[in-house]
Design a protein around this ligand. Structure first.
Ligand code: 6R9
Length: 670
């Protein structure tokens, strides 16, 4: 799913005796727009306030929520790493996301502008959402779901996905959302690990211009696991579905006949809200457990602060899938807790044409856009003329998440999407952190292309070396979080020991995120990718991110993925896979060698000779997960002529065949 990650134990060998080389220099700076700064939700005072009294700061943010019992206790850290936040408080998460806005007189505000891939659209107000969530909650109860149960959700990007999640939250059942692109095996493994009782799915969803079935994968998964009593099926595409009498139920048949009055029950702040699985390179996926009060506090606060959300006027759009943590925290919980109006889009960015995103921005007057670097680089590849055809003047803030954003992609995003006027917030966080951790604040931070910059108010992050010493400004090493935070994962579902081993053992008492990072001379943080991707070339640790960014800064390159391949002389040799922009792609077909030399020299000139790739391979596509992260592990397999490892989490597994077919036999020599 979200990314490849290995357990922290053993990672230490990669970035060994030397800290990460600090190669890339980026001097461009962008001050926050004066008008935005003058009216910003959060100012520099928040850093001071949180710095002086971190727990007091979070206690205040928790008051943004409606509690049934106000918490008197903020953090219980008596048994680390098992945190309890706001432990004596009680609340209902769904009430916070829906009912309270209706009670405040905002029932007519649009919660979701749904845009289906085929072009169908629906506006759902907060009042309508409340009714639908209430009916769905009754339906789940009728189907036997109780407080403390687990429910698996395998859905396309349609409003019912959000309704299903909120209905679970409303009755105190934890949801486990499985990406709509995953296989029956992946569903079965997740159902089994969480011991889910019910599955909510759909006949299918629309992707790339056609209906794509979902229910058959659930049917197949259920031949392999026990314990699932009922399957609730939303009708989306009208495809024929196999039906198991007594087990399967149509959503519209059971939900529509329920009452729209449903009294939300109050649950403890530490009551489980959801489990979301992240894949491991070894062993079974990890079920990341999030609970209620702390999670919602940080999701709501960060959404308010980092996007400067003005719920009365903003139209927010996060392009993530609901199966990714970004869809949980920044489509469902954060925005709805804040009473936002948002766009939800079902399909792919190039259906029916490559301007679809910009058409949607124009249609709804989107003011805040949150997307991933992989999408931005794809838009760069498609060309500047496509967004130029649409009116994007409504946009005021742009966000990025999922991977380090290459400075050149950042600049492109700013110019071609943001019209040179919108601050970019590069938000670093993880499934495990539950909400944003490191990010600029749009009304405060002077931004630097490619840097997530600084821990948010109330968050403590730093970079340490192999011996756990904090590196000085200008140094590189491992990103760690040094204080507990409200939306932190509470454990790995059913495996407390693995939780301790994976995240808390590498550096005593600190959370190790698994990412490499450096601090610049101002102390700002630059993320350098997963430490298991770091290359060791002639004794120097070089991050894939920096070499990729150097390649993307060449005008002919849209996207790059870099891996270290075993090499007899240098230990590892840098191998770069590049996607070329427009006409350069044709050039690669004919005069490939000159282009390859040009790109190698460009990296040498930008970062120094040590970072010059030994091989540069132009490709048409790169292997990516459904959340858009490049799977370097598979490229390493290719570069080392190994049999490919697990490809089941790839968006499109045929990509690897294409790459392998293009691979020249002999490496280029210097
Ligand atoms: C939210 C999400 C987490 C991993 C994380 C890191 C990478 C995410 C990033 C970023 C650099 C950013 N990552 N945001 N790297 N800059 N702004 O992506 O969660 O799917 O769990 O992935 O993604 O490597 O450790 P998840």
């Amino acid at each position: 799913m979200g990314r490849d990650t290995s357990d922290a134990l053993g990672m230490g060998d990669v970035v060994s005796n030397e800290s990460l080389a600090n190669l890339l220099k980026e001097e461009r700076r962008f001050a926050p727009p004066a008008e935005l700064a003058a009216q910003a939700n959060v100012t520099a005072a928040a850093y001071e306030q949180a710095g002086a009294d971190r727990l007091g700061f979070w206690a205040e943010q928790a008051r943004r929520l409606s509690w049934v019992t106000e918490p008197t206790e903020t953090l219980d850290w008596s048994n680390p790493p098992f945190a309890k936040w706001f432990a004596d408080g009680t609340l209902n998460v769904a009430y916070n996301c829906v009912d309270r806005h209706v009670e405040a007189g905002l029932g007519d505000r649009v919660a979701l502008h749904f845009e289906g891939e085929p072009g169908d659209s629906r506006a759902i107000t907060y009042a309508e959402l409340k009714d639908e969530v209430s009916r769905a909650a009754h339906a789940l109860t009728e189907l036997g779901v109780r407080k403390g149960d687990r429910v698996a959700v395998y859905m396309p990007m349609i409003p019912e996905a959000a309704v299903a999640m909120l209905a679970c939250a409303r009755i105190g059942a934890a949801h486990s959302v499985v990406f709509g692109g995953f296989s029956a095996d992946a569903i079965a493994a997740r159902i089994q690990d969480a011991d889910a009782k019910l599955v909510i799915t759909a006949d299918g969803g629309y992707r790339r211009g056609k209906p794509s079935a979902l229910k058959p994968a659930v049917d197949e998964a259920l031949t392999r696991v026990e314990g699932v009593e009922r399957v609730l099926v939303v009708r989306r595409t009208g495809q024929d579905v196999a039906w198991t009498e007594g087990r399967d139920v149509w959503w519209d048949e059971i939900v529509q006949r329920q009452s729209a009055d449903h009294t939300p029950e109050a649950f403890d702040a530490e009551h489980p809200l959801f489990i979301l699985y992240t894949s491991g390179t070894t062993g079974k996926p990890k079920g990341i457990l999030h609970t209620s009060g702390g999670y919602l506090t940080q999701a709501a606060y960060t959404h308010h602060a980092v996007f400067d959300l003005k719920p009365e006027t903003d139209v927010y759009w996060c392009t993530a899938d609901i199966g990714w943590v970004t869809g949980h925290s920044y489509i469902v919980y954060g925005p709805l807790a804040n009473g936002a109006t948002q766009v939800m889009y079902e399909g792919t960015p190039d259906t029916p044409h490559q301007g679809r995103f910009w058409e949607i921005v124009q249609k709804y007057g989107v003011t805040i856009l949150y997307t991933a670097p992989t999408a931005i680089r794809t838009f760069m590849k498609w060309g500047d003329d496509i967004p130029a055809k649409f009116d994007l003047s409504s946009l005021r803030i742009l966000g990025s998440v999922g991977e380090p954003i290459n400075p050149e992609a950042w600049i492109w995003y700013r110019e071609h999407i943001g019209g040179g006027r919108c601050p970019i917030v590069d938000t670093w966080w993880q499934t495990e952190t539950g909400a944003m951790m490191i990010s600029p604040l749009p009304g405060v931070t002077e931004t630097k292309p490619g840097s997530a910059q600084r821990a948010l108010p109330g968050i403590a992050a730093t970079v340490v070396d192999d011996e756990a010493n904090e590196v000085p400004d200008g140094g590189g090493g491992y990103l760690v979080l040094t204080e507990p935070w409200p939306s932190m994962l509470r454990t790995i579902w059913g495996d407390d020991q693995r939780f301790i081993d994976t995240y808390w053992s590498r550096f005593e008492g600190r959370y190790f995120a698994g990412d490499g990072a450096k601090k610049d001379d101002d102390g700002d943080i630059w993320l350098l990718g997963r430490v298991d991707d770091v290359m060791l070339v002639s004794g120097h640790n070089i991050s894939t991110t920096e070499v990729e960014s150097a390649l993307v800064s060449h005008p002919k390159v849209a996207e790059a993925a870099v891996v270290g391949a075993a090499d007899e002389t240098t230990g590892q040799a840098i191998v770069a896979f590049v996607i070329l922009r427009g006409t350069a792609a044709a050039e690669a077909e004919t005069g490939g060698e000159a282009l390859v030399a040009e790109l190698r020299n460009h990296v040498g000139a930008t970062l120094g000779p040590i970072a010059k790739p030994q091989r540069v391979l132009p490709v048409a596509e790169l292997p990516k997960t459904r959340s858009g992260k490049i799977m370097r592990r598979l490229l390493r397999d290719v570069a080392e002529n190994r049999q490919l490892g697990d490809v089941t989490t790839l968006t499109d597994s045929s990509v690897m065949d294409l790459i392998q077919a293009k691979l020249p036999a002999a490496p280029s020599e210097d």
